[in-house]
Design a protein around this ligand. Structure first.
Ligand SMILES: NC(=O)C1=CN([C@@H]2O[C@H](COP(=O)(O)OP(=O)(O)OC[C@H]3O[C@@H](n4cnc5c(N)ncnc54)[C@H](O)[C@@H]3O)[C@@H](O)[C@H]2O)C=CC1
Ligand SMILES: CC(=O)C(=O)O
Ligand SMILES: [Mg+2]
Length: 613
């Protein structure tokens, strides 16, 4: 948007604000309007006895947003301050927070009105992307500092402690918010690539839920962040006088599972249709809980399923650009945890469904490298592999064990290198050069978060592959110029934030009885088709993040359609649109009805939260 059009919008908004209707004087509205601050109309101020309480100026939400941006810019050398500043706004004035976030997810090549007036044009777009503050990379820092920056009296979410296992009903009933539709739950045991942060991990459910609202369309009042306190094995937490969780070693596996079961029973007793997203659990627990609970509860695991779906989507586009037929790809994963195996499984599913490969043929295109080497059937620790690793055992290495990444590249000659190891810088100059020597267009995805854990930067990937790389990273990197042509290259962000808001929104709107594999897979394929003409021409793997709302609406619609064809949708309005009964699968042919699908899209869009006063 140009400075002139922003100005017009502000003037129009100021007229609207002066004309806005009266408000009744009930106490919750009083608080809400008080929180609009200078956005309260003169009439509202009169009726709600706010005169003198808010400053005299009457401002539009756009002007308030500009002030916030100005403040964020002033704080750009201190990301944690930016984060806490935004967090205060999120608490006090959610409408302003989401207006700000949604309008500044990513702004490229644009200078807003206030910046034109006050700031030189060197304001880097990277700093203006609110998503980088409320999500990765800054959320990682915010988690590490959670116990230090916590303001007593604020309610970041619900803390459920092992010590309260017998009283979970009563603890859950203390939640002061509205009945939630969506909850993100972590036990803080593997926060991004930062390890066990204990209850400091609360920043992750908060950040993910902000995206459920901004990108997906959930009502912020109906979101619930949960952090489970099962102890911590991080000595920094134990030694920290300010640590906000229990200073005990993590519970054993049996206690962990019994607590998770008790939590799920209590949550669904109180809120039967609540969708629970499991997030950042240590890998074995992530797989075990998903396997055990997925058919019993309305839940999914974001690190396994959301990440699998988002990376498959970018990979489908990279496959097309690579010029290498699907069956000739060789994919080397660096990292074989919840994310690595989740992504490998989703890619393999696609190779079977879209490429027509048998299970064995598809599996043979994958090599997984963990901290001890390539995962083979005859490695010395093979009998102790956790179950998830055994899905991708190499059985053809004839006793040869490979422990280094460089050696693995020499032996495997991968067309694609996927980093989910949390080892920052693992894709060295030598690694990247080898990928470039072996492939005309190497696929290199350093997906670990936050920024410091990324396996390589975009700058290095471009430099050491001479600009030929097909790239996506978990945390956004700034654009680079092609070393030969000088063309501006914009990197893709392969982060599950493109999937979970829409998968969750679609599943919740459908009132699905469960999240099926087909819903996850179709959400992924749908995302791969969302590139517009310009993005396709530029060779993007993912659409621009500032289009996320529109994209999420399409993805959510497709998730609902799959819930219908899987026979798990229960929302009466959705069922009646297609004339089916709950539990009766819709045929693929009926699901393909273009007019109905358009009507469903409009229905989804109409359900999306829009911040306003
Ligand atoms: N881009 C995205 O959307 C997502 C990114 N992630 C990131 O993926 C990373 C891993 O997550 P999880 O799989 O849950 O963690 P994890 O700790 O279970 O897995 C890490 C894996 O890396 C391996 N590893 C460690 N050092 C290694 C080395 N030097 N060489 C080769 N392998 C090595 C480990 O053996 C393990 O298999 C984290 O940084 C996380 O932030 C996770 C989910 C989504
Ligand atoms: C993005 C995400 O879910 C992770 O890094 O764990
Ligand atoms: Mg995660």
């Amino acid at each position: 948007m140009t400075g002139e059009s922003i100005l017009k919008k502000i003037v129009k908004g100021a007229e609207a604000i002066l004309n806005r209707g009266t408000a009744s004087a009930n106490s919750s509205e009083h608080v809400e309007i008080l929180h609009h601050g200078t956005g309260a109309t003169p009439i509202e101020r009169e009726k709600q006895h706010l005169k003198g309480i808010v400053p005299p100026a009457v401002e539009t939400i756009d002007l308030q947003m500009q002030r916030c941006l100005f403040r964020l810019d002033a704080l750009k050398e201190n990301p944690l301050e930016q984060y806490t500043y935004l967090d205060r706004i999120r608490n006090d004035n959610p409408n302003l927070f989401y207006h700000l976030v949604m309008n500044n997810l990513k702004v490229v090549g644009e200078v807003t009105l206030v910046f034109q007036l006050h700031v030189a044009n060197d304001f880097a777009p990277f700093h203006k992307a609110t998503v980088s503050v409320i999500y990765t990379p800054t959320v990682g820092l915010a988690c590490q500092e959670f116990s230090h920056v916590y303001t007593p009296g604020t309610v970041p979410g619900l803390f459920l402690s092992l010590a309260d296992q017998a009283n979970l009903d009563s603890v859950i009933s203390n939640w002061p918010g509205q009945d939630p539709d969506i909850c993100v739950m972590t036990d803080g045991s593997r926060i991004l690539g930062l390890g066990d942060l204990g209850v400091n991990g609360m920043g992750i459910p908060m950040g993910k839920l902000s995206l459920y609202v901004a990108a997906g369309g959930f009502n912020p009042k109906k979101t619930l962040p949960i952090t489970l306190d099962l102890g911590t094995n991080n000595s920094k937490n134990i030694d920290d006088p300010f640590y906000l969780g229990s200073k005990q070693p993590r519970a054993d596996d049996k206690t962990f599972h019994s607590f998770i079961d008790a939590v799920m029973v209590a949550l669904t007793k109180r809120w039967p249709s609540l969708l629970v997203q499991f997030e950042d659990f240590s890998s074995e627990h992530a797989f075990e809980t998903l396997d055990r609970l997925r058919d019993k509860y309305f839940m999914f695991n974001d690190d396994i399923q959301g990440t699998g779906a988002v990376i498959l989507s970018g990979f489908i586009n990279a496959l097309n650009l690579s010029g290498v037929p699907l069956k000739d790809h060789r994919i080397l994963f660096v990292g074989a945890g919840s994310a690595g195996v989740g992504v490998a499984s989703q890619l393999m599913e696609h190779f079977k469904r879209a490429g027509g490969l048998s299970h064995e043929d598809a599996k043979n295109l994958f090599w997984l490298l963990d901290s001890k080497g390539v995962v083979t059937s005859d490695r010395s620790d093979a009998s102790r592999y956790p179950q998830h690793k055994t899905l991708f055992l190499r059985e053809d290495m004839e006793g040869k064990q490979i422990s280094s990444l460089v050696e693995a590249i020499d032996v495997v000659k991968p067309t694609a290198l996927i980093g989910l190891s949390a080892v920052g810088g693992a894709f060295t100059e030598e690694v990247l050069r080898k990928m470039s020597e072996n492939n005309a267009k190497p696929i290199v995805f350093p997906l670990s978060n936050p920024l410091t854990n990324a396996e390589c930067t975009f700058a290095d990937a471009v430099k050491y592959t001479n600009g030929s790389v097909l790239f996506a990273s978990g945390t956004a990197f700034p654009a680079q110029n092609h070393p030969v042509t000088g063309q501006l290259l914009e990197p893709g962000q392969g982060n599950n934030m493109y999937i979970f808001p829409a998968l969750g929104f679609g599943a919740a709107l459908a009132k699905a009885s469960k999240v099926t594999d087909n819903m996850v897979y179709d959400c992924s394929v749908s995302l791969s088709k969302q590139l517009n003409e310009e993005e396709s021409a530029l060779g993007f793997l993912y659409p621009r993040i500032d289009r996320i709302r529109d994209i999420s609406a399409h993805l959510a619609r497709d998730v609902i359609l799959t819930a219908l064809t899987d026979g798990v949708a229960r929302e009466p309005q959705v069922l009646s649109m297609y004339g089916v009964r709950a539990g009766v699968p819709l045929s693929a042919e009926e699901a393909g009805d273009a007019a109905k699908s358009e009507a469903l899209l409009h229905w989804v869009q109409g359900k999306m939260f829009i911040p306003h006063y």
